[in-house]
Design a binder for this molecule. Structure first.
Ligand SMILES: Cc1cc2nc3c(=O)[nH]c(=O)nc-3n(C[C@H](O)[C@H](O)[C@H](O)COP(=O)(O)OP(=O)(O)OC[C@H]3O[C@@H](n4cnc5c(N)ncnc54)[C@H](O)[C@@H]3O)c2cc1C
Length: 410
């Protein structure tokens, strides 16, 4: 039985980042990752400015840039109710949301995970791939049994961390309930390559007909694209030619730029998910704490899972470094901050989903009115400021039913 300060289950973004930070602080860390290779599962590749600020505070930013991370500096919102030239003329600079952050940072998810995993290992963590966790327990003496290299192993620790994503085995085993919203739309994602004529510094979103899109350049002629469509269109992009038909949906009259995406080639799997939010009230138990998606996730329409995860890592690591007495360490401040953070982001995501991912005449007219009214009253876009600058950056009254009614005129 090996003994560590921390056992972290899940070597994705959250688990590897926490392993790195805690190993650098001189703690013994066992990091257990089930996969042998990080594959494209259609996960986050865009970090919001407030998430970039978190990577600075954690000291991982330079590593992400060295691995190929690049900043996006402009945003365009297209819509069937807007003139494309006017939409492009109103492009938003992205460098003013966080001091010292030139804009969102993009990095391929598999490469992002590998970079952090390698860094954790280099910092002294015992970082293992191809691991199957067979049992685990929290409480007075947290421990894990796992198979690795065809052999059974056991390890104990002062603290067990669940960083094992949406279907967290740790969350399930330690009995933390997960709340889930009702799905609002399907949200599919695909990496596209050989995209010519897409400005690598430009991100764009837009809605036309029965499809809403988001596009984030990843460098080297690749662009990560997402598309939202109605829940009753489950089979719309199924089948061998589903990725092709998905890309065809980007050939839109309202956004001439996305025609170049439609002419690109699928460079990975097309996966579609329900957009729904999930959250936990108390992401900890005695001897165990959850971070990242394991603790609940935000609707991916806002693209904030990485930022949320980096903030989790920062808060949990600061708490752990604040005292040698982990026996009595209270994770309540983390739970309280996270609950309010996720409530605000859930609110912002619902508003954005209603505006961008509802289709038909009523929704089109609502968007047209929204663009028109927001041009004269920027407070109607304040939830978008929270997406970029952080949920705490917008005033509390933005996250109320009264504000939602004002934005949607409902
Ligand atoms: C369609 C879609 C688009 C998204 N787009 C964005 C975006 O643009 N920007 C953004 O910020 N976020 C985005 N996200 C969210 C973001 O990808 C996640 O929030 C983020 O990856 C969470 O990191 P994590 O480390 O908690 O989990 P994960 O990245 O899921 O990593 C979990 C790791 O744990 C491992 N694991 C799981 N179970 C076990 C086990 N039992 N034992 C050992 N290892 C295990 C997995 O193999 C994996 O490596 C998106 C999500 C979706 C679904």
């Amino acid at each position: 039985m090996q003994t560590y300060d921390l056992i972290i289950v899940g070597g994705g973004i959250g688990g590897s980042a926490l392993a790195l930070v805690m190993a650098e602080a001189g703690h013994s860390v066992l990091l257990l990752e089930q996969t042998d290779v990080y594959e494209d599962k259609v996960r986050g590749e865009w970090i919001a400015p407030w998430g970039v600020a978190e990577t600075h505070r954690l000291g991982v930013y330079d590593r992400l840039v060295a691995a190929g991370g690049h900043h996006i500096t402009r945003h365009v919102t297209y819509d069937e109710s807007l003139d494309p030239a006017a939409a492009e003329a109103a492009a938003l600079p992205l460098n003013f949301f966080k001091e010292g952050v030139p804009g969102p940072l993009c990095l391929r998810h598999p490469l992002h995970c590998q970079t952090l995993f390698d860094a954790a290992k280099a910092a002294g963590a015992v970082a293992l791939r191809g691991v199957q966790v067979t049992s685990l327990a929290a409480g007075e003496r947290p421990h894990v049994a796992y198979e690795h290299g065809g052999q059974p192993h056991e390890a104990s620790a002062r603290l067990l961390v669940g960083a094992d994503g949406r279907t967290s085995q740790v969350r399930e085993t330690i009995g933390v309930p997960l709340h889930q919203d009702r799905p609002h739309h399907w949200f599919g994602g695909l990496l596209v390559r050989n995209v010519v004529d897409w400005d690598p510094l430009l991100q764009a979103i837009g809605t036309e007909g029965d499809f809403g899109f988001l596009a984030f350049p990843q460098g080297g002629g690749t662009v990560r694209v997402y598309g939202g469509y109605a829940l009753d269109q489950t089979h719309r992009f199924k089948g061998a030619d589903g990725p092709r038909r998905f890309l065809d949906a980007f050939d839109m009259g309202c956004s001439p730029a996305t025609a170049s995406l439609a002419r690109g080639e699928p460079a990975g799997p097309l996966f579609s998910y329900f957009n729904a939010d999930s959250w936990t009230d108390e992401p900890f138990r005695k001897g165990a704490v959850l971070i990242g998606d394991a603790a609940g996730w935000n609707d991916p329409i806002l693209g904030l899972g990485l930022s949320i995860t980096y903030r989790d890592v920062r808060i949990v690591s600061e708490l752990l470094k604040s005292t040698p007495d982990w026996e009595r360490l209270d994770f309540e401040p983390y739970a309280v901050e996270r609950a309010e953070r996720m409530r605000r982001l859930r609110f912002a995501a619902k508003l954005q989903s209603t505006l961008d991912m509802e289709f038909g005449d009523v929704a089109r007219e609502r968007r047209r009115r929204h663009f028109e009214r927001a041009a004269g009253d920027p407070s109607l876009r304040a939830h978008g400021f929270a997406v970029m600058a952080g949920p705490e950056a917008a005033p509390a009254e933005i996250f109320t039913d009264a504000h939602r009614a004002r934005v949607l005129e409902a």
